[in-house]
Design a protein around this ligand. Structure first.
Ligand SMILES: [Zn+2]
Length: 452
């Protein structure tokens, strides 16, 4: 039994999650960051990513008078590296703890406060490590190196990596170097070159500081601004991992969602993690009233719902298992940081996406049988498989399984050529319409079983 299979009472997890979130915000209050209350989601954020980063919700605060530092929680949804969700601790949505500060404050003072707050949350600060941007074989942020040295951080706890400056407000907004804060999990290197930032699994990257003290993204030290901002932030899920040393999916923020899926995806932690992750992001999107659609934020919701539905189908489960997982995620999200509830209409949208997957699987299986019956293996079968994917949305992995079951071998070269052509055509709307019309014409001709 793995940690992810453990079924824990949701109420206990909610209490633990709330306590951890409060402890984290309080820790920053201790060092002068005023707790920021209000909605945990940016109401006017229309980006595809929903909320792309904690500081985005506080754009207006940056230019306002008042206390210079604040800390609070925001939900973020992101869609890069979708295939990694569930594995290696990647999540498509996370509860961001942001501790932002306005005004010219020396790096070492910002970092001293950060160390104090992280220590209060339970991070072993002596085991932290750092990555500073490198610039043409030299340090890209000498101020950060000096600040860390001043705070007694040894050189072997600092790594360097080429990285563009952070510019969260676009080319004309404040920009500057970032500092990654990592936890040295094992204290043992993978080899002589192992340094902070090494991808061997030794380091957990759990916090980012963006020193936004320049303008225009010039990495050369020119263009300093008079009203700098420090955006210091990390996801609560990773922070919990940094404190406990456990997989974030075993933590109180994700475990209740996994528990809701335990009976449907036993012994498959990677798949269960991916579906749990998608359910959690869907809970956020549906509660915000975002309807699954072909474009924009709706596309994010649709892609997550269908991907989760097909992941369940591929494992031999019904995609309907997604609904209780979304509801479990919603209850947990609400417990941690104020958030709305998905309306009956929004849950209807979810049911429609689940129904789409269920019908796609049933109809796809029927068509696969009809189209392949009596045919021999080769390019023909490969084209049929590709067509089922394009027209019915049946994932390639499932089609491969059906083909193998029926003794067909796919022609990988033909398949790759078809996928390449599809990718090229998706960039041209006119061509896409042409292709769709062609497929529709062929479909209407081929409803009779291809028996020979
Ligand atoms: Zn290493």
């Amino acid at each position: 039994m793995t940690a992810r299979d453990v079924v824990a009472p949701a109420a206990h997890d909610h209490e633990a999650a709330v306590a951890f979130a409060e402890q984290a915000v309080d820790a920053f209050a201790t060092v002068g960051y005023l707790p920021a209350h209000g909605s945990a989601v940016a109401e006017t954020d229309g980006s595809t990513l929903f909320v792309s980063g904690g500081i985005q919700a506080w754009r207006r605060w940056i230019g306002e008078p008042g206390p210079a530092a604040r800390a609070g929680l925001q939900w973020c949804v992101r869609m890069n590296r979708l295939a990694d969700a569930g594995r290696s601790g990647f999540v498509t949505s996370f509860c961001m703890l942001t501790a932002a500060r306005r005004g010219a404050v020396p790096r070492h003072e910002v970092l001293a406060d950060l160390f104090t707050a992280l220590g209060l949350i339970g991070v072993d600060v002596a085991r932290t490590a750092f990555v500073i941007p490198a610039l043409d074989d030299r340090c890209g942020d000498p101020l950060a190196s000096e600040a860390l040295a001043k705070l007694g951080v040894d050189a072997d706890r600092i790594g360097y990596a080429p990285r563009r400056w952070a510019a969260p407000f676009g080319a004309d907004g404040p920009s500057g170097p970032n500092l990654f804060v990592l936890l040295d999990r094992t204290g043992h290197g993978c080899g002589p070159g192992c340094a902070p930032g090494c991808g061997c699994g030794r380091y957990l990257h759990f916090w980012n500081c963006e020193f936004l003290d320049h303008r225009g993204g010039t990495d050369d030290g020119a263009g300093r601004i008079g009203a700098p901002v420090v955006d210091s932030a990390g996801g609560l899920e990773r922070l919990w991992s940094a404190v406990t040393g456990e997989d974030m999916f075993a933590g109180p923020l994700l475990r209740p969602v996994l528990s809701a899926l335990a009976a449907h995806l036993p012994g498959d932690p990677d798949r269960a993690g991916a579906v749990a992750d998608h359910a959690r992001s869907l809970a956020l999107l549906l509660a915000a009233g975002i309807a699954p659609a072909a474009r924009g934020q709706g596309h994010v919701a649709r892609r997550l719902a269908r991907r989760a539905g097909w992941l369940l189908i591929e494992a031999g489960s019904d995609p309907g298992a997604l609904r209780p997982a979304v509801l479990a995620a919603q209850a947990c999200n609400r417990a941690v940081a104020d958030f709305g509830v998905a309306s009956a209409t929004a849950l209807g949208w979810l049911d429609a996406e689940i129904g789409h997957c269920r019908e796609g699987a049933a109809h796809g299986a029927l068509l696969f049988h009809r189209w392949t019956h009596g045919r021999s293996a080769g390019a023909d079968i490969t084209r049929l498989v590709f067509r089922l994917r394009a027209e019915r949305g049946v994932p390639l992995s499932l089609l491969r399984r059906w083909a193998a079951r029926d003794g067909f071998t796919l022609d990988e070269q033909t398949l790759q050529a078809l996928l390449d052509a599809e990718r090229a055509s998706s960039r041209s709307p006119a061509l896409t319409a042409q292709v769709a019309a062609r497929w529709a014409a062929r479909t209407s001709q081929s409803t009779t079983p291809a028996r020979r």
